[in-house]
Design a protein around this ligand. Structure first.
Ligand SMILES: Cc1ncc(COP(=O)(O)O)c(C=O)c1O
Length: 360
């Protein structure tokens, strides 16, 4: 099996490589996050393996901090080494070789790769900018009739569109999954980066034994390097999910779980990005770019008139962008715009971009 480099992580690698050569590059498509805001003294117990499903205390805390929107009586919380390993374990738990996985797009590119390592067939189902990238239940039902997919995976809030799917859509999906027998995976890895709290608090539905909810400490609690996530797994599948994860990783790293526990106990989540979001909206309006008003995650997914020219001009000033077709085949006129970086840095990038784009 041959796999590509992660297109989203690759951009960060380019920036690090350039800085070793004393060259300054920026990425306007990936974050430059602050660090975990605490120090912990290491302890010999950190070298010990935890329970395969994770530290009981961390599990308890995730129920009220990450999964407070959900009734979790019929599910187990299982801690894994990042959302990526949780998604892999889910697919290996519920699919057979070459089963189809429905990925409504625009979508996180890693889902395609995780399907591939899990020996599944990803099927992309595009949604439309003109319709706010909303998901259509009738279209999903039609798609099931043609493709008989085993599971649908999407992120909520959506990366890269920044939209939040509401309870009407989620409840409708649960009804369809009961009718046709497919599973649903909701990846809420940006659950703490929300700009419409009301909408987010309502973005829930009746729980079902066909439903998995994945959350991650990577972005929500600034622990991307630690590798720790939590998943609500239907009770009857929890044992096998844990065994699959244990087979490849034994457990999520103990030091990472201790950092995650400290983060949830002390509310060390991502600081507010309201100002950055405002500045970004203002900049996009000044450039006459079309965009949907994002309400979650730290991304916009604007549509521009001439992406190649934008990319070429941005590169002139050392700004790297991720083209929309990384997120789905219909989005070559879009790009992912990430505003998770210090406001001062964002302003520098926007000023320079404005100069190079508008010939000042
Ligand atoms: C949609 C989505 N899910 C999950 C993650 C986090 O994955 P992990 O927990 O493996 O770092 C990200 C991070 O970029 C993401 O964009």
């Amino acid at each position: 099996m041959k796999l590509r480099r992660s297109p989203t992580l690759e951009i960060g690698e380019k920036i690090k490589a350039a800085s070793l050569d004393n060259k300054k590059l920026w990425s306007l498509s990936t974050p430059n996050l602050p660090s975990y805001n605490d120090t912990l003294s290491t302890d010999p117990s950190w070298g010990k393996l935890t329970h395969p499903a994770g530290m009981p205390e961390l599990i308890e805390h995730t129920k009220s901090t990450l999964f407070n929107n959900w009734d979790h009586n019929e599910h187990e919380v299982i801690i894994s080494a990042g959302a990526k390993s949780a998604l892999f374990a889910i697919l290996k738990t519920i699919t057979n070789s070459q089963d189809s996985v429905l990925l409504p797009s625009p979508t996180w590119p890693s889902y395609f790769d995780i399907c591939k390592v899990a020996d599944c067939q990803p099927i992309e189902m595009p949604t439309h900018f003109s319709n706010g990238f909303n998901l259509d239940l009738t279209e999903i039902e039609q798609c099931f009739k043609v493709n008989k997919f085993k599971v649908i995976i999407f992120s909520n809030p959506n990366n890269p569109a920044g939209i939040i799917y509401d309870s009407h859509l989620l409840s409708g999906l649960v009804q369809l999954s009961k009718k046709y027998g497919f599973y649903i995976v909701i990846d809420q890895s940006f659950s703490k980066i929300i700009f419409d709290e009301q909408k987010w608090s309502e973005a829930t539905c009746e729980i079902s034994d066909k439903l998995f909810i994945v959350d991650s400490f990577s972005k929500n609690f600034l622990l991307q390097g630690a590798r720790v996530s939590a998943t609500l797994v239907p009770k009857k599948l929890a044992e096998n999910f844990t065994n699959i994860h244990q087979t490849i990783l034994s457990s999520a790293p103990a030091p990472a779980q201790i950092m995650a526990l400290n983060a949830v106990k002390n509310n060390l989540k991502m600081p507010s990005l309201i100002e950055q979001r405002k500045e970004t909206k203002k900049f996009m309006e000044s450039q006459n770019w079309d965009f949907i008003n994002q309400v979650g995650s730290f991304y916009y997914f604007p549509k521009v008139k001439n992406y190649s020219e934008l990319e070429r001009k941005a590169l002139k000033i050392g700004v790297l962008l991720l083209k929309g077709d990384v997120f789905g085949k219909d989005y070559k006129d879009h790009f992912r715009l990430c505003f998770a970086r210090p406001l001062s840095e964002l302003k520098i990038i926007f000023n320079q971009l404005d100069d190079v784009l508008n010939g000042k």
